[in-house]
Design a protein. Structure first.
Length: 506
C-alpha cells in the first residue's frame, strides 16, 4: 500500500454536529449546520471533523452505538420535514432548550415523538416520487438497514432489554419468527427505515454544500461495536461470544502509570479468523458507509489492528488482560481491493509499539499528534511540532482531552514553563499560540476543537474519559460566542502557514 491521499496542507475545526446551536435542543443537519459551513469558509478552514454520527448508546456516548452503520436520529433536522409537509411546525419544550448543553433525557423522547409524527405524515401524504425514492434507498441499503430496523423494533418491543434477553426465537433469529415479526411490526419497521432515509438525505445535502465551498468532512469510526447492537445480534458468529450470547472476552487498555487498573471498555472482540474467511467484507462495508457520508475517516484506537488488549469478560478490571495479535495489514489490503485508495487517519495515541508504527507505515495512513501532550518532557518529545513529519495530523487537543486553556490552568509549573517558552505565550493567549504552532508545523493537516479556538476552559470540554457524568457529550456553543475575531485570526493563520488552497485564498 504505502501511499497517502492527503496531498495539500489544510486546517479545520473539530466540532460534533450535536454541539451546533439550534432551536430543538441539540445540534442537527438543520440551518445552523449550513451557517457553520459558511463560517468555516469565512475563516479559510477546509476541514470539518465530526465524532461518530451513529446513534448514541449508554451514557449518551457516540462510541457505544446500537449500530455501526445507522445515523443518529437526534441529528435529523425537523425543518426539512416541516417544509415537506409531513410535520406541523414544532417548538421544543422550554425545559429541553438549554443553549449550552444537550439535555439528552428530555431531548431524546421529544425528538422521537416528532419523528414519529413526521413518519406518519410521510406515509399518509408523500408524493409518488418521494415514495419511489424512499423505496429505492431502502433497497440499496438493505444489507444493514433491514437488521437495524428489526433490532430497534425488537429492542423497544422488549422494554429496551438487550438482545440476549429477548424471546429466544427473535434472539436466535429464527427465520419463521423474523418473517412473522416483519408482518406484525411492519409499521414500526417502516418508521426506523424512514428516519434513516431522512438522515442519509440530509447528510448528503450538507456534505454537498460543504464540498462545494471547498470544505472536506472528516468522519470518525470507533474500532469496536457495542455488545447490545444490531451488528452483534445480526452476526454473532463474528464476535467472541459464549452460549449465553454474552462476550467471553472484552476490549480495553492495559494498566499504565495513569491508570493502574487499566481500562475495561466492555466491547465484544472480533473473531478475526472468521472475518478473514469472508475477506473482511463487514469492515469493507463499514468503511464504505462512512466514506459515503464524509471525505476522510479517522479510525479510533488504530493500534488494535496490530495487537489488542483482551480481557476475560468475568474480570472486573483490565489488569488480567493480555495482548493478542490483530488482523494487521491484510485487513486494509482487503478493504483497498474493494474500495481503492483509503483516505484514513490512524488514531495512534497511547502505547504505540513498533508493530503498530510498522502497520501504519505500511498502510500509508497519516498519524495523529496532540500538542497538549507535548509538554511533559523536554525538547525531544515526539508531540512537539519541530519533531513532526509531514504525513501527520496535528490537533491542539481532542474530544477526550481538556481544552488548551483548561490544561494550562491545571498544568504543573514545569509543563507550563515549557509550554510558555516554546509557544511564546502566557495564560492570555495560550490557545492562539497553540493553534499557531499547529498551523506552522509540517503536518499536512491541522485540526482544532472549537473550544480551543474560543479560548474556553475545562467546563466546556466534550468528554471526561472513564466517567458517566451528564456533562459528557452534551456541550454546545452559541453564535454569540464566535463574534468576528476568531474567523479573522484563523484566516490569517491559514494564509500565513500555507493552509489555504489557491481557489479559497481570495
Amino acid at each position: 500500500m504505502a501511499h497517502t491521499p492527503f496531498t495539500q496542507r489544510a486546517a479545520g475545526i473539530l466540532l460534533h454536529l450535536t454541539s451546533l446551536p439550534g432551536p430543538h435542543g441539540i445540534g442537527d443537519f438543520g440551518p445552523d449546520a449550513y451557517r457553520f459551513v459558511d463560517w468555516l469558509a469565512s475563516a479559510k478552514q477546509t476541514l470539518w471533523q465530526w465524532l461518530p454520527t451513529t446513534p448514541v448508546g449508554p451514557g449518551d456516548s457516540p462510541y457505544q452505538s446500537p449500530s455501526a452503520f445507522a445515523g443518529s436520529p437526534l441529528m435529523v433536522a425537523l425543518e426539512p420535514l416541516v417544509e415537506s409537509g409531513w410535520l406541523d411546525p414544532v417548538e421544543a419544550p422550554a425545559q429541553a432548550l438549554r443553549a449550552d448543553r444537550v439535555d439528552f433525557a428530555r431531548v431524546i423522547p421529544w425528538r422521537d415523538a416528532q419523528l414519529r409524527r413526521a413518519a406518519a405524515g410521510f406515509f399518509a401524504r408523500a408524493t409518488a416520487a418521494q415514495r419511489a425514492d424512499f423505496a429505492a434507498w431502502c433497497a440499496r441499503e438493505a444489507a444493514w438497514l433491514d437488521d437495524y430496523a428489526l433490532f430497534m423494533t425488537f429492542f423497544n418491543a422488549h422494554g429496551m432489554r438487550p438482545w440476549w434477553d429477548w424471546a429466544p426465537p427473535l434472539r436466535d433469529r429464527d427465520p419463521q419468527a423474523l418473517a412473522l415479526a416483519r408482518e406484525q411490526h411492519a409499521g414500526e419497521i417502516d418508521f426506523w427505515c424512514f428516519v434513516q432515509w431522512c438522515w442519509d438525505t440530509q447528510c448528503r445535502a450538507l456534505k454537498a454544500y460543504a464540498n462545494q465551498r471547498g470544505i472536506a468532512l472528516i468522519g470518525d469510526i470507533p474500532i469496536y461495536v457495542a455488545d447490545n447492537s444490531a451488528d452483534v445480534w445480526s452476526r454473532p458468529d463474528l464476535y467472541q461470544l459464549g452460549d449465553d450470547r454474552l462476550p467471553t472476552v472484552v476490549a480495553g487498555a492495559p494498566p499504565d502509570p495513569l491508570g493502574p487498573d487499566g481500562q475495561r471498555w466492555g466491547n465484544p472482540l472480533y473473531r478475526w479468523d472468521r472475518m478473514a474467511a469472508e475477506d473482511y467484507a463487514w469492515w469493507s462495508a463499514r468503511i464504505e458507509r462512512v466514506l459515503a457520508q464524509a471525505d476522510i475517516a479517522r479510525i479510533d484506537h488504530f493500534r488494535g489492528f496490530a495487537a489488542y488488549w483482551e480481557i476475560p469478560a468475568t474480570a472486573p478490571s483490565a489488569r488480567t488482560g493480555r495482548w493478542v495479535p490483530g488482523p494487521g495489514l491484510a485487513l486494509f489490503q482487503a478493504i483497498e481491493r474493494r474500495l481503492g485508495r483509503l483516505p484514513i487517519i490512524a488514531e495512534d495515541l497511547g502505547l504505540i509499539t513498533p508493530d503498530v508504527a510498522e502497520l501504519i507505515h505500511a498502510c500509508g495512513f497519516p498519524r495523529m499528534k496532540v500538542l497538549l501532550f507535548a509538554f511533559g518532557g523536554d525538547g525531544t518529545h515526539e508531540y512537539l511540532p519541530h519533531n513532526y513529519v509531514p504525513d501527520t495530523v496535528v490537533y491542539t487537543g481532542t474530544h477526550d482531552t481538556d481544552t488548551i486553556v483548561g490544561w494550562w490552568r491545571r498544568a504543573g509549573d514545569a509543563e507550563r514553563h515549557l509550554a510558555g517558552t516554546y509557544l511564546a505565550c502566557d495564560a492570555n493567549d495560550v490557545h492562539w499560540a497553540a493553534i499557531r504552532a499547529c498551523c506552522n508545523s509540517v503536518s499536512k493537516l491541522a485540526v482544532f476543537p472549537l473550544q480551543d479556538v474560543l479560548g474556553l476552559g475545562s467546563e466546556h470540554r466534550m468528554n471526561l474519559p472513564g466517567t458517566l457524568t451528564m456533562a459528557n457529550w452534551s456541550w454546545r456553543f452559541d453564535w454569540a460566542m464566535l463574534g468576528e475575531e476568531p474567523a479573522r485570526v484563523l484566516a490569517l493563520l491559514a494564509h500565513a502557514s500555507g493552509r489555504v488552497p489557491a481557489r479559497a485564498a481570495a
